[in-house]
Ligand binder design. Structure first.
Ligand SMILES: [Zn+2]
Length: 143
């Protein structure tokens, strides 16, 4: 597939393969577009990623910050990670969440984003003030 084709240009066999490929990825809980875990920050198809606590997919309800082609949900853990970074807490010792917990990676993404330069982050900045505000919003949503 070196150039974009219309759907009509695919033969049935190719379409069947594509559906099988997607079914396989879905079974493995991976996004059929970016092939990352459905729990990872959404790509340009957020509806293919699990969002929120119920994980039913659908539209993103949590506010997001878009960095390049990635939309990070501003969850509590994400904001906590960013604030930890702003407070000078090192990445490798500050994460309060268990490895198995989705929130552990949210925390890491938040820490990464806050720690990166504007150049690293496609011109986006996630300041301490923004993180504090977003954390307050995330906590309110939980109540
Ligand atoms: Zn994706």
């Amino acid at each position: 597939m070196s150039y974009p084709r219309d759907l009509d240009e695919y033969d049935d066999e190719e379409l069947k393969e594509e559906l099988a490929r997607r079914a396989d990825l879905t079974k493995k809980k991976l996004c059929t577009y970016c092939k990352r875990a459905v729990t990872a920050p959404a790509c340009r198809f957020p509806e293919r990623h699990k969002t929120g606590k119920n994980g039913k997919g659908g539209k993103i309800k949590t506010p997001v910050i878009v960095v390049g082609d990635t939309a990070y949900e501003l969850t509590e853990a994400f904001c906590e990670g960013a604030l930890a970074c702003h407070a000078g807490v090192p990445y490798n010792v500050g994460n309060p969440y268990d490895d198995e917990d989705d929130r552990a990676s949210e925390w890491e993404y938040g820490h990464d984003l806050a720690g990166g330069s504007k150049e690293d982050n496609c011109g986006v900045e996630f300041t301490k003030e923004q993180a504090e505000k977003a954390l307050a919003v995330a906590k309110k949503r939980r109540l």
